[in-house]
Design a binder for this molecule. Structure first.
Ligand SMILES: NC(=O)c1ccc[n+]([C@@H]2O[C@H](COP(=O)([O-])OP(=O)(O)OC[C@H]3O[C@@H](n4cnc5c(N)ncnc54)[C@H](O)[C@@H]3O)[C@@H](O)[C@H]2O)c1
Length: 258
């Protein structure tokens, strides 16, 4: 097993990608702590996994609750080896329709949340000689997307935070990497996946030709947290079916002459 004896905190582990990562980590031998704002979703996933898995209610955008949760986790488990900053949310509105609250909310959850959680768990990693932090970025970390100004700004900031944390924490043997998902059919994107207008068309926009599923992300998350990725830090694995690098114009298909 790739994560034997590791203790991992996964924020937003109560749903979608975080749930898939939590289950994959447990399968690879890690002890998993699911930290989510939605306490009942987190405890449902924790019960499904069983064993030493537990859940804790935390709003990652509120620093004081993050610090209190981290204290509780460390007092229960002794240390944390892996932190997956996965919790996130998105507002879709026109640029001028974004209120100050919308903007602050997007930055608080998607950018400040990973900062608070990292600062809360890093002292334990330092004490134990190292660790691994994985930030869930996005295709929106690389390109503009319509009607998502707060989300795109925050996710773009998060890729920068990942890189600078990788440098600042390298002296304490903490690796910091990102995963950038494309269109994943989790509850986050359910309405787009099920909609007649976007369900099929978005699936064919990437090179693999289907919507991603939460489990597409867990393989990358296991790898980055494992010792196999010991020489990888400050990096990003894009799990988006090739969407960022290979979009054909409408009607253009690869020519293949047998
Ligand atoms: N689904 C996609 O297509 C997609 C694409 C790119 C990036 N992402 C990113 O992947 C991550 C996971 O997305 P998902 O699709 O699983 O979303 P999801 O909506 O299915 O799950 C998000 C989880 O985060 C929790 N959460 C939200 N705000 C929180 C807060 N303030 N404190 C603690 N927990 C909070 C929710 O309760 C939920 O359990 C997010 O960071 C998202 O931005 C998702």
């Amino acid at each position: 097993m790739k994560l034997n004896n590791k203790i991992a905190v996964i924020t937003g582990g109560g749903s979608g990608i975080g749930e898939a990562i939590s289950k994959a980590y447990a399968k690879e031998g890690a002890t998993v702590i699911i930290a989510d704002r939605d306490a009942s979703a987190a405890s449902k996933v924790s019960n499904e996994i069983g064993g030493a898995t537990s859940s804790i209610e935390v709003d990652i955008s509120r620093r004081s609750t993050v610090m209190a949760a981290a204290e509780q986790v460390i007092s229960n488990y002794g240390r944390v080896d892996i932190l997956v900053n996965n919790a996130g949310s998105r507002i879709i509105k026109g640029f001028m329709q974004h209120t100050e609250e919308d903007w602050d909310h997007m930055l608080a959850i998607n950018l400040s949340g990973p900062f608070h959680c990292s600062q809360a768990f890093i002292p334990s990693m330092v004490k134990n000689g190292g660790g691994s932090i994985i930030n869930l970025c996005s295709i929106a970390s690389y390109i503009g997307r319509p009607n998502r100004c707060g989300y795109v700004a925050a996710k773009s900031g998060l890729i920068g935070l990942t890189r600078t944390m990788a440098i600042d924490l390298s002296i304490k043997k903490i690796r910091v990497n990102a995963i950038s998902p494309g269109m994943i059919a989790s509850p986050f994107n359910q309405s787009f996946a099920e909609s007649e207008a976007t369900g099929d068309t978005w699936a064919t926009e990437n090179l693999v030709g289907r919507w991603g599923v939460p489990d597409d992300i867990s393989g990358a998350a296991v790898f980055l947290a494992s010792d196999s990725a010991e020489f990888i830090t400050g990096s990003d694995i894009k799990v988006e079916g090739g969407w960022l690098y290979g979009r054909a114009r409408s009607g253009e298909i690869p020519i293949w002459d047998d």
